[in-house]
Unconditional design. Structure first.
Length: 211
């Protein structure tokens, strides 16, 4: 494999990871983990799927449509929101959508620890939006690190349905891969990746720990 082919391969893999682990999917992935690897996996499958669909529509599809509308009307030039300025409105809308998901879980009597995981994600969104006023932080790293925090807390608090050690290790590996992918694509710097991961992990871990 020559250097040009290798570079194209590396960029292709990085783009795939950036799409598959998009930060707007963080709430959906977190909900999927909570409902299928925690003690809640004993609940009716139809109910779990309904909750997952509602969370996905609220925290992913609505923000995606909003970003698409901003791009259509020329308010943002890049759907990937490469610049700090282009992220301001989407961050606000995403935060509101995550808060709606929190309200939905609360209304449907979700366990406190599940609700606090969602609150942790909302807190991460708020911090990213605030910091973005001065400095760009990797939302991709924050999203995947939040899922690491969920898995660790499920394990530590005895809320897992089975041994999560291998899944935790795999998710930590994904955290490193997505951080590397963002740097390969020159979307984020090392410090932006590290700070994003710290925000995502800390907010969710603290929220769940004190639930």
């Amino acid at each position: 494999m020559n250097s040009m082919t290798y570079k194209k391969f590396l960029i292709g893999i990085s783009r795939f990871l950036s799409t598959a682990l998009h930060p707007l999917l963080a709430s959906t992935y977190t909900t999927l983990l909570v409902l299928w690897v925690s003690v809640l996996c004993a609940q009716d499958a139809g109910v779990r799927i309904m909750v997952l669909v509602v969370v996905c529509c609220t925290t992913c599809l609505i923000p995606l449509m909003f970003i698409g509308a901003l791009h259509h009307f020329g308010i943002v030039r890049d759907k990937q929101l490469a610049t700090r300025e282009e992220r301001r409105l989407p961050y606000v809308v995403t935060l509101l959508c995550v808060l709606c998901a929190v309200a939905f879980l609360h209304h449907n009597h979700a366990p406190l620890w599940f609700l606090m995981a969602a609150v942790g994600l909302a807190t991460a969104c708020l911090l990213l939006a605030i910091i973005n006023l001065w400095w760009k932080v990797s939302a991709h790293s924050a999203g995947i690190a939040a899922q690491v925090a969920v898995l660790v807390q499920l394990h530590v608090q005895g809320l897992s349905a089975f041994n999560l050690l291998y899944l935790i290790c795999f998710t930590v590996l994904l955290t490193g891969l997505i951080g590397t992918a963002r740097m390969v694509l020159k979307r984020d710097t090392l410090w932006q990746v590290l700070v994003g991961a710290a925000i995502g992990y800390t907010t969710v871990a603290v929220a769940m720990y004190y639930s």
